[in-house]
Design a protein. Structure first.
Length: 114
């Protein structure tokens, strides 16, 4: 299984950015897909997840600002990030899981400049 992340970049504080994850097989074939992030010098943290049935969850620091969604037609899971803050700066990793295990994609860097 391969997970292709894209859409990272440099934005200013308060701006929005959307990153996407495209798996090598159908997004709806996984029990769930999510995004982790890792800031310099910090541990990787779970940001958001979406389950097979569409249930979503968010870490407290992004709830209300970030939205995770799955587009089965495009076979992609996106993370819409709004009102970005410098502390959102991190490498964002896409992950997916099923009964066989958990899979990781390469990261995409999001930098929020003040």
């Amino acid at each position: 299984v391969q997970l292709q992340a894209s859409g990272g970049g440099l934005v200013l504080t308060g701006e929005s950015l959307t990153i996407s994850c495209t798996p090598s097989r159908g997004a709806s074939s996984f029990n769930g897909i999510g995004w982790y992030r890792q800031a310099p010098g910090k541990q990787r943290e779970l940001v958001a997840t979406i389950s097979l049935v569409g249930s979503t969850s968010y870490t407290d620091s992004v709830r209300g600002r970030f939205t995770i969604s799955r587009d089965n037609f495009k076979n992609a899971v996106s993370l819409q990030m709004a009102s970005l803050k410098p502390e959102d700066t991190a490498v964002y990793y896409c992950t997916a899981w099923d009964e066989q295990g958990q899979y990781w994609g390469q990261g995409t860097l999001v930098t929020v400049s003040s």
